[in-house]
Design a binder for this molecule. Structure first.
Ligand SMILES: [Zn+2]
Length: 224
């Protein structure tokens, strides 16, 4: 079951537009799934808690999705996207999907954020570059045009919703931790995780308040 939550936007015009952040709740069976992906569910929940506790004014609605079944072909995010973005079999795009500005996904372990995979969306680079600038000292401003796969942002990207996965320090995630019996709490670095919360909170705050939505990839309609 997906866990969804939202903080409604306060701007009459923009509150129907949405910024969505997400991570996945399910995990592999060998360890406890601390790095893949409980820690990043905690990060995203903490982002929402900060926005709410600080009563930061938000023009757009901010939504969190903690997805089920990511490890079994994105079952949770797929279901959400079918209902809210577009119906895969019929190819029909839901009208409300045009109100989704961006989906941000965190699922590369517990290492520090270093930037974003642009997923082929060059049009989003100037805006995201500007929003990441405050974190230049933390070396978190890399924007690669490359796409990355094997996590939930792909399902949004299929419909050309601007959908980005964060670049993170690899640590020993893919070599040791991922889907192994070492995916446990002991391998999480608390300071890195707190830093990740700060970066995403700032990004979400600005994305919810700037005048524009995140630009979509330029595609001809017959290419969909
Ligand atoms: Zn994962």
């Amino acid at each position: 079951m997906n866990v969804l939550g939202e903080i409604p936007g306060r701007d009459k015009k923009l509150s129907s537009e949405r910024i969505i952040i997400g991570a996945h709740l399910d995990s592999w069976h060998a360890g406890t799934g601390a790095a893949d992906n409980a820690v990043n569910c905690v990060v995203m929940m903490e982002v929402m808690r900060l926005l709410q506790t600080l009563q930061l004014p938000l023009r757009r609605t901010v939504e969190i999705g903690l997805w089920t079944g990511e490890e079994v072909r994105y079952l949770g995010s797929w279901d959400y996207v079918e209902k809210k973005v577009g119906h895969i079999r019929s190819g029909k795009l839901h009208r409300s999907s045009q109100k989704i500005s961006v989906y941000l996904n965190l699922d590369n372990g517990a290492g520090k954020i270093r930037g974003l995979f642009l997923q082929g969306n060059e049009a989003a680079r100037p805006l995201l570059s500007q929003l990441l600038q405050p974190f230049a000292d933390w070396e978190a401003t890399t924007l690669t045009i490359q796409s990355t796969t094997y996590t939930d942002h792909e399902v949004f990207d299929m419909w050309n919703i601007p959908a980005f996965q964060f670049i993170q320090d690899p640590l020993n995630y893919m070599t040791m931790i991922h889907h192994s019996n070492m995916d446990v709490y002991d391998y999480l670095l608390e300071d890195d995780v707190k830093q990740n919360v700060a970066i995403i909170t700032s990004l979400v705050y600005h994305l919810a308040n700037i005048d524009q939505m995140v630009p979509r990839k330029a595609v001809k309609s017959d290419e969909r």
